[in-house]
Design a protein around this ligand. Structure first.
Ligand code: ADP
Ligand code: MG
Length: 618
Protein backbone atom coordinates (compact mmCIF):
# COMPACT_ATOMS: atom_id res chain seq x y z
CA UNK A 1 0.00 0.00 0.00
CA UNK A 2 1.38 3.35 -0.91
CA UNK A 3 -0.18 6.75 -1.21
CA UNK A 4 0.69 8.92 -4.18
CA UNK A 5 1.92 12.42 -3.51
CA UNK A 6 2.90 15.21 -5.86
CA UNK A 7 6.11 17.15 -5.51
CA UNK A 8 4.96 20.67 -6.40
CA UNK A 9 8.46 22.02 -6.85
CA UNK A 10 9.55 19.40 -9.33
CA UNK A 11 6.12 18.61 -10.68
CA UNK A 12 6.87 14.94 -10.19
CA UNK A 13 4.86 12.19 -8.62
CA UNK A 14 6.25 10.75 -5.38
CA UNK A 15 5.15 7.70 -3.54
CA UNK A 16 4.52 7.87 0.17
CA UNK A 17 5.62 4.63 1.72
CA UNK A 18 3.66 3.06 4.56
CA UNK A 19 6.80 1.41 5.82
CA UNK A 20 7.86 2.39 9.32
CA UNK A 21 11.64 2.26 9.50
CA UNK A 22 13.82 1.28 12.45
CA UNK A 23 16.78 3.52 13.25
CA UNK A 24 19.74 2.89 15.54
CA UNK A 25 21.08 6.38 16.29
CA UNK A 26 24.44 5.36 17.77
CA UNK A 27 27.28 7.22 19.44
CA UNK A 28 29.80 5.92 16.89
CA UNK A 29 27.67 4.54 14.06
CA UNK A 30 24.04 4.81 12.99
CA UNK A 31 21.96 2.78 10.55
CA UNK A 32 18.48 2.26 9.24
CA UNK A 33 16.59 -1.01 8.70
CA UNK A 34 13.18 -2.15 7.51
CA UNK A 35 11.15 -5.28 6.99
CA UNK A 36 11.27 -6.69 3.48
CA UNK A 37 9.28 -9.83 2.73
CA UNK A 38 8.95 -10.54 6.43
CA UNK A 39 12.64 -10.17 7.16
CA UNK A 40 14.56 -7.32 8.80
CA UNK A 41 17.35 -5.94 6.65
CA UNK A 42 19.78 -3.09 7.18
CA UNK A 43 20.03 -0.62 4.30
CA UNK A 44 23.39 -0.37 2.52
CA UNK A 45 25.09 2.62 0.90
CA UNK A 46 24.84 3.19 -2.88
CA UNK A 47 27.88 0.95 -3.45
CA UNK A 48 26.01 -1.84 -1.72
CA UNK A 49 28.83 -2.17 0.80
CA UNK A 50 28.34 -0.57 4.19
CA UNK A 51 25.27 -0.47 6.37
CA UNK A 52 26.96 1.64 9.06
CA UNK A 53 26.98 5.42 8.84
CA UNK A 54 29.56 7.02 11.14
CA UNK A 55 27.61 9.37 13.44
CA UNK A 56 29.73 12.33 12.40
CA UNK A 57 28.78 15.72 10.92
CA UNK A 58 31.31 18.02 9.23
CA UNK A 59 30.75 21.67 8.33
CA UNK A 60 32.67 23.31 5.49
CA UNK A 61 33.50 27.02 5.19
CA UNK A 62 30.06 27.73 3.71
CA UNK A 63 28.43 25.86 6.63
CA UNK A 64 27.26 23.12 4.33
CA UNK A 65 27.28 19.85 6.15
CA UNK A 66 28.47 16.36 5.32
CA UNK A 67 27.42 13.26 7.22
CA UNK A 68 28.95 9.81 7.68
CA UNK A 69 32.07 8.42 6.05
CA UNK A 70 32.88 11.69 4.26
CA UNK A 71 32.61 13.60 7.54
CA UNK A 72 34.78 11.03 9.28
CA UNK A 73 37.60 11.71 6.84
CA UNK A 74 37.75 15.29 8.13
CA UNK A 75 38.16 14.27 11.74
CA UNK A 76 41.90 14.83 11.92
CA UNK A 77 42.38 17.60 9.37
CA UNK A 78 39.52 19.77 10.61
CA UNK A 79 38.60 18.77 14.17
CA UNK A 80 36.88 22.03 15.21
CA UNK A 81 34.33 21.64 12.45
CA UNK A 82 33.82 17.90 12.73
CA UNK A 83 31.23 16.86 15.28
CA UNK A 84 31.30 13.30 16.65
CA UNK A 85 29.63 11.58 19.63
CA UNK A 86 26.76 14.05 19.60
CA UNK A 87 24.63 11.39 21.29
CA UNK A 88 26.60 12.07 24.48
CA UNK A 89 25.19 15.62 24.46
CA UNK A 90 21.54 14.80 23.86
CA UNK A 91 19.30 16.26 26.56
CA UNK A 92 22.32 17.49 28.53
CA UNK A 93 23.14 20.79 30.15
CA UNK A 94 26.58 22.31 30.14
CA UNK A 95 27.02 21.29 33.76
CA UNK A 96 26.42 17.66 32.81
CA UNK A 97 29.28 17.57 30.33
CA UNK A 98 31.65 20.13 31.79
CA UNK A 99 34.04 17.61 33.33
CA UNK A 100 34.31 15.56 30.13
CA UNK A 101 34.63 18.52 27.80
CA UNK A 102 38.23 17.62 26.97
CA UNK A 103 36.89 14.49 25.29
CA UNK A 104 35.34 16.55 22.51
CA UNK A 105 37.55 18.03 19.79
CA UNK A 106 35.00 20.78 19.14
CA UNK A 107 33.57 23.58 21.23
CA UNK A 108 30.64 23.09 23.56
CA UNK A 109 28.86 26.08 25.03
CA UNK A 110 25.81 26.90 27.05
CA UNK A 111 23.53 29.89 26.99
CA UNK A 112 21.70 31.20 30.01
CA UNK A 113 18.16 31.23 28.71
CA UNK A 114 18.47 27.72 27.44
CA UNK A 115 19.71 24.92 29.62
CA UNK A 116 20.59 22.72 26.68
CA UNK A 117 24.20 22.64 25.50
CA UNK A 118 25.07 23.80 22.04
CA UNK A 119 27.98 23.10 19.75
CA UNK A 120 29.80 26.04 18.28
CA UNK A 121 31.11 25.86 14.74
CA UNK A 122 32.85 29.17 14.12
CA UNK A 123 30.09 31.79 14.34
CA UNK A 124 27.17 29.36 14.31
CA UNK A 125 25.58 27.38 17.10
CA UNK A 126 23.97 23.98 16.73
CA UNK A 127 21.95 22.05 19.27
CA UNK A 128 22.62 18.32 19.64
CA UNK A 129 19.06 17.87 18.39
CA UNK A 130 19.85 19.64 15.11
CA UNK A 131 23.10 17.73 14.68
CA UNK A 132 21.35 14.42 15.28
CA UNK A 133 18.64 15.43 12.85
CA UNK A 134 21.30 15.72 10.11
CA UNK A 135 22.28 12.11 10.74
CA UNK A 136 18.66 11.01 10.76
CA UNK A 137 17.99 12.93 7.57
CA UNK A 138 20.95 11.18 5.93
CA UNK A 139 19.54 7.79 6.92
CA UNK A 140 16.07 8.81 5.75
CA UNK A 141 17.42 9.79 2.31
CA UNK A 142 19.38 6.57 2.11
CA UNK A 143 16.32 4.38 2.53
CA UNK A 144 14.17 6.66 0.36
CA UNK A 145 16.73 6.12 -2.39
CA UNK A 146 16.37 2.36 -2.07
CA UNK A 147 12.58 2.27 -1.76
CA UNK A 148 12.01 5.09 -4.28
CA UNK A 149 9.35 6.49 -1.95
CA UNK A 150 9.03 9.03 0.82
CA UNK A 151 9.46 7.78 4.35
CA UNK A 152 7.52 9.52 7.11
CA UNK A 153 7.44 7.22 10.11
CA UNK A 154 10.18 5.77 12.27
CA UNK A 155 11.08 3.98 15.46
CA UNK A 156 14.34 5.20 17.01
CA UNK A 157 16.34 3.38 19.67
CA UNK A 158 18.00 4.86 22.77
CA UNK A 159 19.99 3.30 25.65
CA UNK A 160 17.75 1.87 28.38
CA UNK A 161 19.12 4.37 30.92
CA UNK A 162 18.21 7.44 28.82
CA UNK A 163 16.07 9.78 30.91
CA UNK A 164 13.02 11.72 29.83
CA UNK A 165 15.03 14.69 28.57
CA UNK A 166 17.29 12.51 26.46
CA UNK A 167 14.32 10.64 24.99
CA UNK A 168 12.52 13.91 24.24
CA UNK A 169 15.63 15.25 22.54
CA UNK A 170 15.86 12.11 20.38
CA UNK A 171 12.21 12.41 19.45
CA UNK A 172 12.68 16.10 18.58
CA UNK A 173 15.65 15.24 16.36
CA UNK A 174 13.40 12.85 14.46
CA UNK A 175 10.74 15.51 14.09
CA UNK A 176 13.31 17.95 12.76
CA UNK A 177 14.35 15.40 10.15
CA UNK A 178 10.73 15.20 9.03
CA UNK A 179 10.07 11.90 10.75
CA UNK A 180 7.07 11.05 12.82
CA UNK A 181 8.71 9.12 15.66
CA UNK A 182 6.10 6.56 16.62
CA UNK A 183 8.10 5.02 19.40
CA UNK A 184 11.36 5.41 21.24
CA UNK A 185 12.59 1.89 21.98
CA UNK A 186 15.31 0.75 24.32
CA UNK A 187 18.36 -0.61 22.52
CA UNK A 188 18.53 -3.88 24.53
CA UNK A 189 14.83 -4.47 23.87
CA UNK A 190 15.43 -4.04 20.14
CA UNK A 191 18.41 -6.41 20.29
CA UNK A 192 16.35 -9.14 21.91
CA UNK A 193 13.58 -8.67 19.34
CA UNK A 194 16.17 -9.13 16.59
CA UNK A 195 17.00 -12.50 18.13
CA UNK A 196 13.32 -13.34 18.09
CA UNK A 197 13.12 -13.29 21.87
CA UNK A 198 9.80 -11.98 23.12
CA UNK A 199 7.95 -12.47 19.88
CA UNK A 200 5.94 -15.50 20.94
CA UNK A 201 3.17 -15.12 23.45
CA UNK A 202 3.72 -17.69 26.19
CA UNK A 203 7.42 -17.03 26.61
CA UNK A 204 9.11 -16.15 29.87
CA UNK A 205 12.82 -15.36 29.90
CA UNK A 206 15.47 -13.36 31.67
CA UNK A 207 18.14 -12.03 29.39
CA UNK A 208 21.30 -9.96 29.55
CA UNK A 209 22.17 -7.62 26.69
CA UNK A 210 25.91 -6.89 26.60
CA UNK A 211 26.55 -3.86 24.37
CA UNK A 212 30.15 -2.82 23.79
CA UNK A 213 30.29 -0.10 21.12
CA UNK A 214 32.90 2.45 20.10
CA UNK A 215 32.92 4.60 23.20
CA UNK A 216 30.31 3.22 25.56
CA UNK A 217 29.47 0.04 27.37
CA UNK A 218 25.93 -0.89 28.48
CA UNK A 219 24.69 -3.98 30.22
CA UNK A 220 20.92 -4.39 30.62
CA UNK A 221 18.97 -7.14 32.31
CA UNK A 222 15.52 -7.67 30.82
CA UNK A 223 12.59 -9.76 31.91
CA UNK A 224 10.38 -10.94 29.08
CA UNK A 225 6.97 -12.31 29.88
CA UNK A 226 4.18 -13.00 27.40
CA UNK A 227 5.38 -10.34 25.01
CA UNK A 228 6.00 -7.79 27.77
CA UNK A 229 9.52 -6.43 28.11
CA UNK A 230 10.64 -5.10 31.45
CA UNK A 231 14.05 -3.55 32.10
CA UNK A 232 15.12 -4.94 35.48
CA UNK A 233 18.38 -3.04 35.69
CA UNK A 234 21.03 -1.26 33.70
CA UNK A 235 24.70 -0.60 34.30
CA UNK A 236 27.78 0.25 32.29
CA UNK A 237 30.44 2.81 31.60
CA UNK A 238 29.83 5.82 29.37
CA UNK A 239 33.54 6.05 28.61
CA UNK A 240 34.56 2.51 27.76
CA UNK A 241 34.53 0.92 24.32
CA UNK A 242 36.42 -0.05 21.18
CA UNK A 243 38.14 3.35 21.08
CA UNK A 244 39.88 2.37 24.31
CA UNK A 245 41.11 -0.84 22.66
CA UNK A 246 42.59 1.30 19.86
CA UNK A 247 44.22 3.60 22.38
CA UNK A 248 45.72 0.67 24.28
CA UNK A 249 47.31 -0.59 21.05
CA UNK A 250 48.63 2.87 20.16
CA UNK A 251 50.11 3.33 23.61
CA UNK A 252 51.77 -0.07 23.29
CA UNK A 253 53.40 0.88 19.97
CA UNK A 254 54.40 4.30 21.25
CA UNK A 255 56.12 2.61 24.16
CA UNK A 256 57.98 -0.16 22.35
CA UNK A 257 59.05 2.04 19.43
CA UNK A 258 59.88 4.97 21.70
CA UNK A 259 57.79 7.35 19.62
CA UNK A 260 58.15 10.93 20.82
CA UNK A 261 54.79 12.24 22.15
CA UNK A 262 55.69 15.65 20.64
CA UNK A 263 55.80 14.06 17.21
CA UNK A 264 52.25 12.79 17.67
CA UNK A 265 51.06 16.26 18.58
CA UNK A 266 52.87 18.03 15.78
CA UNK A 267 52.31 15.51 12.99
CA UNK A 268 48.55 15.14 12.95
CA UNK A 269 48.75 13.06 9.80
CA UNK A 270 51.10 10.57 11.42
CA UNK A 271 49.06 10.22 14.58
CA UNK A 272 45.92 9.67 12.52
CA UNK A 273 47.65 6.90 10.55
CA UNK A 274 48.75 5.35 13.81
CA UNK A 275 45.21 5.40 15.17
CA UNK A 276 43.78 3.87 12.02
CA UNK A 277 46.51 1.19 12.09
CA UNK A 278 45.56 0.39 15.66
CA UNK A 279 41.89 0.00 14.75
CA UNK A 280 42.78 -2.09 11.71
CA UNK A 281 45.00 -4.40 13.74
CA UNK A 282 42.22 -4.83 16.31
CA UNK A 283 39.73 -5.80 13.64
CA UNK A 284 42.17 -8.15 11.89
CA UNK A 285 43.07 -9.87 15.14
CA UNK A 286 39.39 -10.78 15.60
CA UNK A 287 40.07 -13.49 13.00
CA UNK A 288 43.90 -13.64 12.53
CA UNK A 289 46.70 -14.29 15.01
CA UNK A 290 49.27 -11.85 13.63
CA UNK A 291 49.17 -8.34 12.22
CA UNK A 292 51.82 -6.08 10.78
CA UNK A 293 51.84 -2.80 8.87
CA UNK A 294 54.38 -0.25 7.72
CA UNK A 295 53.68 3.38 8.53
CA UNK A 296 56.08 6.03 7.26
CA UNK A 297 58.90 3.50 7.43
CA UNK A 298 57.93 2.28 10.87
CA UNK A 299 57.30 -1.48 11.06
CA UNK A 300 54.40 -2.01 13.48
CA UNK A 301 53.23 -5.45 14.51
CA UNK A 302 50.96 -7.05 17.05
CA UNK A 303 49.99 -10.61 17.80
CA UNK A 304 46.74 -11.84 19.23
CA UNK A 305 48.01 -12.75 22.68
CA UNK A 306 49.70 -9.37 23.23
CA UNK A 307 46.52 -7.64 22.07
CA UNK A 308 44.49 -9.70 24.50
CA UNK A 309 46.74 -8.82 27.41
CA UNK A 310 46.41 -5.14 26.50
CA UNK A 311 42.62 -5.18 26.58
CA UNK A 312 41.99 -7.72 29.34
CA UNK A 313 41.76 -5.06 32.10
CA UNK A 314 39.19 -3.16 30.04
CA UNK A 315 37.03 -6.24 29.59
CA UNK A 316 37.33 -6.99 33.29
CA UNK A 317 35.72 -3.61 33.97
CA UNK A 318 32.72 -4.62 31.87
CA UNK A 319 32.38 -7.84 33.86
CA UNK A 320 32.31 -5.83 37.10
CA UNK A 321 29.43 -3.80 35.68
CA UNK A 322 27.63 -7.04 34.72
CA UNK A 323 27.90 -8.20 38.33
CA UNK A 324 26.34 -4.96 39.57
CA UNK A 325 23.51 -5.17 37.05
CA UNK A 326 22.67 -8.72 38.10
CA UNK A 327 22.76 -7.72 41.76
CA UNK A 328 20.49 -4.72 41.11
CA UNK A 329 18.05 -7.00 39.30
CA UNK A 330 18.09 -9.20 42.43
CA UNK A 331 19.13 -12.23 40.41
CA UNK A 332 21.84 -14.87 40.41
CA UNK A 333 24.08 -15.29 37.37
CA UNK A 334 22.62 -18.71 36.56
CA UNK A 335 19.12 -17.23 36.31
CA UNK A 336 20.06 -15.48 33.07
CA UNK A 337 18.73 -17.51 30.13
CA UNK A 338 20.36 -15.69 27.22
CA UNK A 339 23.29 -13.33 26.79
CA UNK A 340 22.95 -11.20 23.66
CA UNK A 341 26.05 -9.65 22.17
CA UNK A 342 25.63 -6.15 20.73
CA UNK A 343 28.10 -3.57 19.39
CA UNK A 344 31.07 -3.83 17.03
CA UNK A 345 33.54 -4.47 19.85
CA UNK A 346 31.90 -7.76 20.80
CA UNK A 347 33.49 -9.20 17.65
CA UNK A 348 36.71 -9.47 19.64
CA UNK A 349 36.98 -13.18 20.58
CA UNK A 350 38.35 -12.48 24.07
CA UNK A 351 35.29 -10.34 24.85
CA UNK A 352 32.97 -13.22 23.98
CA UNK A 353 35.13 -15.70 25.89
CA UNK A 354 35.25 -13.70 29.11
CA UNK A 355 31.56 -12.84 28.98
CA UNK A 356 30.61 -16.48 28.34
CA UNK A 357 32.90 -17.54 31.18
CA UNK A 358 31.31 -15.09 33.59
CA UNK A 359 27.74 -16.07 32.73
CA UNK A 360 28.61 -19.75 32.57
CA UNK A 361 27.02 -20.30 29.18
CA UNK A 362 27.50 -19.64 25.48
CA UNK A 363 26.57 -16.16 24.28
CA UNK A 364 24.18 -15.31 21.41
CA UNK A 365 26.32 -13.88 18.62
CA UNK A 366 24.79 -15.20 15.41
CA UNK A 367 23.56 -11.81 14.21
CA UNK A 368 25.79 -8.97 13.07
CA UNK A 369 26.49 -7.14 16.36
CA UNK A 370 26.51 -3.68 14.84
CA UNK A 371 23.20 -4.24 13.09
CA UNK A 372 21.07 -6.05 15.69
CA UNK A 373 19.69 -2.91 17.32
CA UNK A 374 18.49 -1.44 14.02
CA UNK A 375 17.07 -4.81 12.94
CA UNK A 376 15.14 -5.06 16.19
CA UNK A 377 13.89 -1.49 15.76
CA UNK A 378 12.56 -2.51 12.33
CA UNK A 379 10.77 -5.47 13.92
CA UNK A 380 9.23 -3.17 16.52
CA UNK A 381 8.20 -0.79 13.74
CA UNK A 382 6.50 -3.70 12.01
CA UNK A 383 4.63 -4.48 15.22
CA UNK A 384 3.45 -0.86 15.34
CA UNK A 385 2.33 -1.10 11.74
CA UNK A 386 -0.10 -3.70 13.03
CA UNK A 387 1.65 -6.83 11.88
CA UNK A 388 2.19 -8.44 15.28
CA UNK A 389 -0.56 -7.43 17.63
CA UNK A 390 0.34 -9.26 20.79
CA UNK A 391 3.53 -7.46 21.52
CA UNK A 392 3.87 -4.81 24.17
CA UNK A 393 6.90 -3.02 25.52
CA UNK A 394 7.33 -2.17 29.14
CA UNK A 395 10.03 -0.08 30.73
CA UNK A 396 10.44 1.32 34.21
CA UNK A 397 10.49 4.92 35.34
CA UNK A 398 13.69 5.79 37.22
CA UNK A 399 12.31 8.48 39.58
CA UNK A 400 8.97 8.98 41.34
CA UNK A 401 6.50 11.45 39.87
CA UNK A 402 4.13 13.44 42.04
CA UNK A 403 2.61 16.80 42.90
CA UNK A 404 3.13 19.45 45.55
CA UNK A 405 0.53 19.46 48.30
CA UNK A 406 -0.06 22.00 51.08
CA UNK A 407 3.10 23.01 52.90
CA UNK A 408 5.46 22.00 50.11
CA UNK A 409 5.09 18.27 50.60
CA UNK A 410 5.72 15.85 47.75
CA UNK A 411 2.87 13.48 47.12
CA UNK A 412 4.08 10.67 44.83
CA UNK A 413 1.51 9.52 42.33
CA UNK A 414 3.68 7.19 40.24
CA UNK A 415 6.40 5.65 42.41
CA UNK A 416 9.94 5.05 41.17
CA UNK A 417 10.51 1.77 39.32
CA UNK A 418 6.91 1.63 38.13
CA UNK A 419 6.37 0.03 34.78
CA UNK A 420 5.49 2.27 31.87
CA UNK A 421 3.04 2.83 30.26
CA UNK A 422 1.45 3.66 33.57
CA UNK A 423 -1.66 5.51 34.69
CA UNK A 424 -2.39 6.49 38.27
CA UNK A 425 -4.63 9.00 39.95
CA UNK A 426 -5.57 10.44 43.30
CA UNK A 427 -8.24 12.78 44.64
CA UNK A 428 -7.55 16.12 46.29
CA UNK A 429 -9.69 18.95 47.54
CA UNK A 430 -9.51 22.67 48.22
CA UNK A 431 -8.25 24.22 51.46
CA UNK A 432 -10.08 27.55 51.26
CA UNK A 433 -13.83 28.26 50.98
CA UNK A 434 -14.90 29.27 47.50
CA UNK A 435 -11.48 28.47 46.02
CA UNK A 436 -11.85 28.66 42.24
CA UNK A 437 -8.28 27.98 41.09
CA UNK A 438 -5.92 25.20 42.04
CA UNK A 439 -2.25 25.16 41.17
CA UNK A 440 -0.89 21.77 40.20
CA UNK A 441 2.89 21.63 40.38
CA UNK A 442 4.48 18.42 39.14
CA UNK A 443 7.77 17.11 40.50
CA UNK A 444 10.17 14.21 39.96
CA UNK A 445 12.24 12.77 42.80
CA UNK A 446 12.30 10.79 46.01
CA UNK A 447 12.46 13.45 48.72
CA UNK A 448 9.54 14.34 50.99
CA UNK A 449 9.75 18.05 50.27
CA UNK A 450 9.26 19.26 46.72
CA UNK A 451 11.98 21.86 47.10
CA UNK A 452 14.52 19.01 47.08
CA UNK A 453 13.01 17.41 44.01
CA UNK A 454 13.02 18.45 40.41
CA UNK A 455 10.14 20.50 39.07
CA UNK A 456 8.75 19.30 35.76
CA UNK A 457 6.17 22.03 35.40
CA UNK A 458 2.94 23.46 36.74
CA UNK A 459 -0.47 24.56 35.60
CA UNK A 460 -3.62 26.00 37.11
CA UNK A 461 -6.97 24.25 37.10
CA UNK A 462 -9.34 27.19 36.64
CA UNK A 463 -13.06 27.61 37.00
CA UNK A 464 -13.79 25.41 40.00
CA UNK A 465 -17.35 26.51 40.99
CA UNK A 466 -17.47 28.15 44.44
CA UNK A 467 -17.90 25.52 47.15
CA UNK A 468 -16.97 25.28 50.83
CA UNK A 469 -13.41 24.04 51.33
CA UNK A 470 -13.04 20.29 51.30
CA UNK A 471 -16.05 19.76 49.09
CA UNK A 472 -14.63 19.88 45.56
CA UNK A 473 -13.31 16.53 44.37
CA UNK A 474 -10.28 17.16 42.25
CA UNK A 475 -8.89 14.14 40.56
CA UNK A 476 -5.29 14.32 39.37
CA UNK A 477 -4.35 11.67 36.83
CA UNK A 478 -0.80 10.93 35.75
CA UNK A 479 -0.52 9.24 32.39
CA UNK A 480 3.00 8.07 31.55
CA UNK A 481 3.19 6.83 27.98
CA UNK A 482 5.36 4.07 26.56
CA UNK A 483 8.12 6.57 25.74
CA UNK A 484 8.24 7.77 29.34
CA UNK A 485 6.52 11.08 28.57
CA UNK A 486 4.13 12.34 31.23
CA UNK A 487 0.66 13.84 30.76
CA UNK A 488 -1.14 15.29 33.75
CA UNK A 489 -4.89 15.61 33.84
CA UNK A 490 -6.82 17.51 36.53
CA UNK A 491 -10.58 17.27 36.80
CA UNK A 492 -13.07 18.62 39.32
CA UNK A 493 -15.51 15.73 39.47
CA UNK A 494 -18.58 17.60 40.74
CA UNK A 495 -18.53 20.20 37.97
CA UNK A 496 -16.58 18.35 35.29
CA UNK A 497 -14.10 21.23 34.86
CA UNK A 498 -10.90 19.71 33.52
CA UNK A 499 -7.51 20.42 32.07
CA UNK A 500 -4.72 18.28 30.60
CA UNK A 501 -1.10 19.29 30.29
CA UNK A 502 1.85 17.47 28.77
CA UNK A 503 4.87 17.79 31.03
CA UNK A 504 8.00 18.30 29.04
CA UNK A 505 10.66 17.82 31.61
CA UNK A 506 13.29 20.53 31.55
CA UNK A 507 16.39 19.40 29.75
CA UNK A 508 19.55 18.53 31.56
CA UNK A 509 19.10 15.92 34.25
CA UNK A 510 22.14 13.69 34.01
CA UNK A 511 22.41 10.12 35.23
CA UNK A 512 24.79 11.47 37.87
CA UNK A 513 22.17 13.93 39.08
CA UNK A 514 19.57 11.22 39.03
CA UNK A 515 21.83 8.97 41.12
CA UNK A 516 22.54 11.90 43.44
CA UNK A 517 18.83 12.54 43.94
CA UNK A 518 18.27 8.93 44.90
CA UNK A 519 21.25 8.98 47.24
CA UNK A 520 20.05 12.20 48.90
CA UNK A 521 16.65 10.69 49.48
CA UNK A 522 18.21 7.78 51.35
CA UNK A 523 20.63 9.96 53.32
CA UNK A 524 17.90 12.40 54.30
CA UNK A 525 15.10 9.96 54.92
CA UNK A 526 15.26 10.52 58.67
CA UNK A 527 15.15 14.31 58.69
CA UNK A 528 12.67 14.36 55.81
CA UNK A 529 10.32 12.23 57.83
CA UNK A 530 10.51 14.62 60.81
CA UNK A 531 9.87 17.61 58.53
CA UNK A 532 6.99 15.83 56.89
CA UNK A 533 5.44 15.06 60.29
CA UNK A 534 5.77 18.72 61.31
CA UNK A 535 4.27 19.99 58.05
CA UNK A 536 1.44 17.53 58.21
CA UNK A 537 0.66 18.56 61.79
CA UNK A 538 0.68 22.21 60.72
CA UNK A 539 -1.64 21.51 57.78
CA UNK A 540 -4.05 19.66 59.98
CA UNK A 541 -3.90 22.39 62.64
CA UNK A 542 -4.63 25.08 60.07
CA UNK A 543 -7.66 23.13 58.87
CA UNK A 544 -8.91 22.75 62.44
CA UNK A 545 -8.40 26.44 63.18
CA UNK A 546 -10.42 27.35 60.11
CA UNK A 547 -13.23 24.92 61.02
CA UNK A 548 -13.33 26.16 64.63
CA UNK A 549 -13.61 29.79 63.55
CA UNK A 550 -16.34 28.91 61.10
CA UNK A 551 -18.13 26.86 63.74
CA UNK A 552 -18.28 29.78 66.18
CA UNK A 553 -19.50 32.11 63.47
CA UNK A 554 -22.31 29.80 62.40
CA UNK A 555 -23.44 28.67 65.85
CA UNK A 556 -23.22 31.79 67.99
CA UNK A 557 -26.90 31.46 68.87
CA UNK A 558 -26.64 28.12 70.63
CA UNK A 559 -23.27 28.65 72.38
CA UNK A 560 -22.76 30.33 75.76
CA UNK A 561 -20.40 33.27 76.06
CA UNK A 562 -17.87 31.25 78.06
CA UNK A 563 -17.98 28.43 75.53
CA UNK A 564 -17.18 30.90 72.77
CA UNK A 565 -14.46 32.44 74.91
CA UNK A 566 -12.77 29.11 75.67
CA UNK A 567 -13.00 27.95 72.04
CA UNK A 568 -11.35 31.17 70.92
CA UNK A 569 -8.59 30.82 73.52
CA UNK A 570 -7.86 27.23 72.55
CA UNK A 571 -7.88 28.17 68.85
CA UNK A 572 -5.39 30.98 69.51
CA UNK A 573 -3.20 28.65 71.53
CA UNK A 574 -3.20 26.23 68.61
CA UNK A 575 -2.31 29.03 66.19
CA UNK A 576 0.69 29.86 68.40
CA UNK A 577 2.00 26.29 68.32
CA UNK A 578 1.76 26.25 64.50
CA UNK A 579 4.30 29.06 64.42
CA UNK A 580 6.73 26.87 66.35
CA UNK A 581 8.71 23.80 65.27
CA UNK A 582 7.35 21.24 67.72
CA UNK A 583 4.88 18.84 66.19
CA UNK A 584 4.05 17.32 69.59
CA UNK A 585 2.93 20.72 70.92
CA UNK A 586 0.78 21.22 67.83
CA UNK A 587 -0.81 17.80 68.24
CA UNK A 588 -1.44 18.47 71.94
CA UNK A 589 -3.11 21.83 71.23
CA UNK A 590 -5.20 20.21 68.49
CA UNK A 591 -6.33 17.48 70.90
CA UNK A 592 -7.27 20.12 73.53
CA UNK A 593 -9.33 22.10 71.07
CA UNK A 594 -11.01 18.98 69.72
CA UNK A 595 -11.83 17.68 73.17
CA UNK A 596 -13.50 20.94 74.14
CA UNK A 597 -15.41 21.56 70.92
CA UNK A 598 -16.62 18.07 70.14
CA UNK A 599 -19.58 18.07 72.64
CA UNK A 600 -20.47 21.56 71.34
CA UNK A 601 -20.42 20.28 67.79
CA UNK A 602 -22.74 17.42 68.74
CA UNK A 603 -25.15 19.80 70.37
CA UNK A 604 -25.09 22.09 67.33
CA UNK A 605 -25.71 19.12 65.08
CA UNK A 606 -28.73 18.01 67.13
CA UNK A 607 -30.19 21.51 67.00
CA UNK A 608 -29.61 21.75 63.28
CA UNK A 609 -31.22 18.37 62.66
CA UNK A 610 -34.27 19.25 64.78
CA UNK A 611 -34.63 22.51 62.87
CA UNK A 612 -34.32 20.71 59.60
CA UNK A 613 -36.93 18.12 60.64
CA UNK A 614 -39.30 20.82 61.90
CA UNK A 615 -39.01 22.73 58.67
CA UNK A 616 -39.71 19.69 56.59
CA UNK A 617 -43.19 19.54 55.20
CA UNK A 618 -44.32 16.00 54.51
P1 ADP B 1 28.06 2.50 18.80
O1 ADP B 1 26.96 1.63 19.28
O2 ADP B 1 28.80 3.17 19.92
O3 ADP B 1 27.63 3.46 17.76
P2 ADP B 1 29.21 0.27 17.27
O4 ADP B 1 28.38 -0.79 17.82
O5 ADP B 1 29.02 0.62 15.84
O6 ADP B 1 29.20 1.59 18.14
O7 ADP B 1 30.74 -0.17 17.50
C1 ADP B 1 31.82 0.54 16.98
C2 ADP B 1 33.10 -0.07 17.52
O8 ADP B 1 33.21 -1.44 17.08
C3 ADP B 1 34.35 0.65 17.03
O9 ADP B 1 35.23 0.86 18.12
C4 ADP B 1 34.95 -0.35 16.05
O10 ADP B 1 36.36 -0.23 15.98
C5 ADP B 1 34.55 -1.68 16.68
N1 ADP B 1 34.61 -2.79 15.72
C6 ADP B 1 33.97 -2.91 14.55
N2 ADP B 1 34.31 -4.07 13.94
C7 ADP B 1 35.18 -4.70 14.77
C8 ADP B 1 35.91 -5.95 14.71
N3 ADP B 1 35.81 -6.77 13.65
N4 ADP B 1 36.71 -6.26 15.74
C9 ADP B 1 36.83 -5.44 16.79
N5 ADP B 1 36.19 -4.27 16.90
C10 ADP B 1 35.38 -3.90 15.90
MG1 MG C 1 25.13 0.91 19.58
Amino acid sequence: MAKIGINLKEGSVVKESDIIVGIDLGTTNSLVAYIKDGEAIAVKDTNGKNTLVPSIVHFDAQKKHLVGEEAREKLVADPQNTIYSVKRLMGKSYNDVQNVEHYFGYEIIDEDEDKLVKVRVEDKFYTPIELSSYILDYLKKRIEGVLKANIRKAVITVPAYFNDAQRQATRDAGKLAGLDVLRIVNEPTAASLAYGIGLSEDESKTIAVYDLGGGTFDISILQIDNGIFEVLSTNGDTFLGGDDFDRAIMDHWIKIHEIDPKRLQQEKDFSQKLRLAAELSKKKLSSDVNFSINIDGLELSLNKSTFEELIRPLITRTITACKSAIRDAELEVDEIDNIIMVGGSTRVPLVKELVAEFFGKAVDDKLNPDEVVALGAAIQADVLAGNNKNLLLIDITPLSLGIETVGGLMDSIIPRNSKVPHRAGRQYTTSIDGQSNMKIAVYQGERDLVEHNRKLGEFILKGIPPMPMGLPKIEIQFILDADGILKVKAKELRSGVEQTVEMRSQYGLSEEEMGQMLLDSIMNAQSDMATRALLEARNEANNIVRSAEKFIQQNEAILSESEIETTKNLTNALKETVKGEDKDLINKAMADLNEFTSPLAHRAMDVNIKEAMAGKKV
